[in-house]
Design a protein. Structure first.
Length: 54
């Protein structure tokens, strides 16, 4: 998935309101024009949780 280095780091460091924006952005990017942003946001959230270890 895209956004491991940039989004991952930014989101992990933010750990706040920016975390939402990061997940949303990653979701939209991953969704593209075929899948709903919600599904992608969920996947992005799981990836972020995996990166942060929480």
């Amino acid at each position: 998935m895209n956004g491991r280095g940039r989004d991952g780091r930014v989101v992990a460091e933010a750990d706040g309101p920016r975390m939402r924006a990061g997940r949303r952005a990653a979701g939209f990017v991953a969704a593209g024009r075929s899948r709903p942003a919600q599904l992608s946001a969920d996947l992005a959230g799981k990836a972020v949780h995996g990166l942060t270890g929480g």
